[in-house]
Write a protein that binds this ligand. Sequence first.
Ligand code: NAP
Length: 325
Amino acid sequence: MLSQKHAEKLAEQAILNNEATLSKMRESQGDSSTASSDSSTKVEPQLEILEKVTKTSIFSSKPKLSLKQVMITGASSGFGEEFAKQLAPHAEHLVLIARRKKLLKTLAKELKAQHGIKITLLSGDLTKPRFKAKIERYLRNKGANLDLLINNAGLGDYGSFESADWDKLQQIIEVNITSLLQLTHAAIPKLRANKGSIINISSLSHLIPMPDFAVYAASKAFVSSFSEALAIELEEQGINVLDVCPGPISTNFGQVALRRGNKAEIKRPSWVKISKEQMVRETLQALSKKQGKLYPGLGVKIAATVLAALPIFAIRAIVRKRPWS
Ligand SMILES: NC(=O)c1ccc[n+]([C@@H]2O[C@H](COP(=O)([O-])OP(=O)(O)OC[C@H]3O[C@@H](n4cnc5c(N)ncnc54)[C@H](OP(=O)(O)O)[C@@H]3O)[C@@H](O)[C@H]2O)c1
């Protein structure tokens, strides 16, 4: 049996090895920000293996998509807004959902002007049963012709479980879990008719229990587990389910997760950092290839591979140090 000290050392070594491998890969790809003058290291075989493991080519071109109707939750900012922008050239009709109506209206105006597509705004609070019932009715209506549902809306809460505000924890459950289940349940008949797809936005955190982010990480473990099982239930019906597990990316998420008066920053280590544009681009490529799982960005793919292979005592040693704070 390994001692805790030994386990911590092994875990740290795994992370350090990751950073070194990643920076070598970047050098071999000619990333000028990290390249050194010594380019003799041969790392292509490592890249090849990684590509096979993740089944994602991060260098491939634009996705080939032609969609009738796409519903995106959490479209007023962050990933959801970016999904709307990148999908607008590939879709006839976008249905955008969030509370902040003004932001949705501005986005709709911009996308209509640029792409001449139909846009429907469903503005409301996904924690409210009446609003979710309204979306269910919309989805079951004859006029709905959905071929892609993106369950993206979500939030976190940063701080100890004991000192958390119960209302906020309930919001996390309602938005991250209940609304995702309810909308998916209502959307399946139309998705079946159109051989459509579901994208569930989970998180890299589904792989690790996170002290001070406990409810959020557990909610994403739910999302990923549910997505994997649903993908198998629905594959015979021609519906693809893609579980997307991003690492930390700069959006409004961090601000929403912070508690009042807490000015602390949630850390985003540079080796896992990608932009929301890249995250959405990779997701749409994965969608066009009918993949089931995606860890967007090379750093996150490596981190996920390592985390999934580590025993629980090594995971405990890592999360005890709270590398995100
Ligand atoms: N950014 C990251 O580092 C990161 C990493 C991994 C996974 N994720 C996941 O990615 C998803 C999108 O997050 P983001 O980073 O783009 O954050 P964001 O910019 O804060 O976007 C969250 C979206 O969810 C919507 N939303 C939140 N509560 C809602 C409610 N009660 N009713 C309706 N809509 C609600 C927000 O719209 P309104 O406020 O207008 O309602 C907003 O459009 C989330 O599921 C998050 O957990 C994020």
